[in-house]
Design a protein around this ligand. Structure first.
Ligand code: G6P
Length: 362
């Protein structure tokens, strides 16, 4: 199948073409240590008081990433599941609320419903989407295209990476415009690291131990993913990917929350994937050790020589970069673990049962 470019599945092709997708997402949007977004000249967002994201599935996890970044810069932001939004959240919209609809396809009915609900309430709307001419792109006040290229596999991979980067750039752009907040002190450095992100992803693709680790744990009773802050979003995305294509039980938790209930599920037959990005890692390490004390194998995802390496049963290495991007590298490792686990189980990876690429009913 020529469309697969020699890969066995579209999903594998899409995982492997992320360096290119990310290069396209970033191109022309970072200049001289600043974020430049065509259509959003300086001052565009100066009246924004708060940001609400609406999205579903993987796009919701990218929105969680965006929420965390905005909150870190001091901008009030919340990510909503689009299917819940109209009934539970539109009452909080003011004329200074910016609503960002994150949707790969631009056609998800729940997300379009939320977008329309926000518009009716007078919010200003932006969509972050992959598809030009999509309904979301036509109906939102503005559209930002992630330029990841067509994604055929039902399970979203490259579009998550591109969405997260696009939302990061938008967050930095908002911070530049809103007077009450200031751009991160290390903005120039983190943008330099962003430009190296495609290269770092390539390093992960070239050296990953995901296949071996997937084989080691295929057949386990359940799979847990833990992370803190930005990596909480990645843990949730890792678990969603895993359940979508392997049909195995997988859950993603904020690492500190493990001890407040989910720990009851942890046994020697439930591997725990622990994600580290240099932000409060000591606490995450402690949470991983709590799971290990109950017999769970720990698979850490971190940079080389990280303290987690010593306590881990298995290790997925990622290049050492800024904490803003590190989770996206961890996510590539988790995509590959899911892929190889699904392959070991003989699942129809590109078209998992009961799922559709774009869900056009509410
Ligand atoms: C479906 C797909 C998911 C996707 C979600 C949102 O449920 O199976 O992979 O994340 O829709 O899609 P969107 O196009 O709005 O990002």
């Amino acid at each position: 199948d020529a469309g697969k470019g020699g890969y066995e599945h579209y999903m594998l092709k899409e995982i492997n073409t992320q360096p290119n997708a990310l290069t396209n997402t970033i191109e022309g949007r970072v200049q001289d240590g600043e974020v430049t977004l065509e259509d959003f000249p300086e001052g565009t967002f100066e009246d924004v008081d708060d940001v609400q994201f609406v999205a579903c599935g993987t796009s919701y996890h990218a929105a969680l990433y965006g929420q965390q970044l905005l909150n870190q810069t001091g901008i009030r932001a919340q990510a909503f599941r689009a299917s819940e939004y109209v009934d539970s959240a539109t009452g909080s919209i003011t004329e200074n609320t910016l609503v960002i609809a994150v949707t790969q396809s631009g056609e998800t009915a729940d997300t379009l419903g939320a977008l329309r609900g926000a518009k009716e309430r007078g919010a200003r709307t932006v969509t972050v989407t992959n598809v030009m001419g999509s309904t979301a792109a036509r109906e939102a006040d503005d559209a930002l295209f992630i330029r990841a290229g067509p994604e055929i596999g039902v399970a979203a991979t490259k579009t998550f990476s591109s969405q997260a980067v696009m939302l990061s750039l938008l967050s930095l752009r908002l911070a530049e415009d809103i007077e009450a907040v200031s751009a991160p002190d290390d903005q120039a450095e983190l943008l330099r690291e962003l430009q190296k992100l495609p290269e770092y992803v390539q390093t992960v693709l070239d050296s990953t131990a995901a296949k071996r680790i997937a084989s080691r744990y295929t057949g386990s009773e359940a799979f847990f993913f833990i992370g803190r802050g930005l990596n909480n979003a990645v843990a949730k995305e890792g678990a969603l990917k895993f359940k979508e294509i392997t049909y195995e039980h997988a859950e993603g938790f904020a690492s500190g929350e493990l001890k407040h209930g989910p720990l009851a599920l942890v046994t020697p037959d439930t591997p725990v994937f622990a994600l580290f990005n240099g932000d409060k890692d000591r606490k995450t390490l402690q949470n991983a050790e709590e799971a290990q004390a109950r017999g769970a194998p720990i698979v850490s995802v971190a940079h080389a020589d990280h303290p987690a390496e010593k306590i881990s049963d298995d290790f997925l290495e990622i290049p050492n970069t800024h904490s803003m991007w590190s989770g996206l590298l961890a996510n590539v490792q988790l995509q590959l673990v899911s892929y190889y686990a699904a392959k070991n189980l003989g699942r129809p990876i590109d078209k998992p049962r009961n799922l559709a690429k774009s869900v056009t009913v509410e």
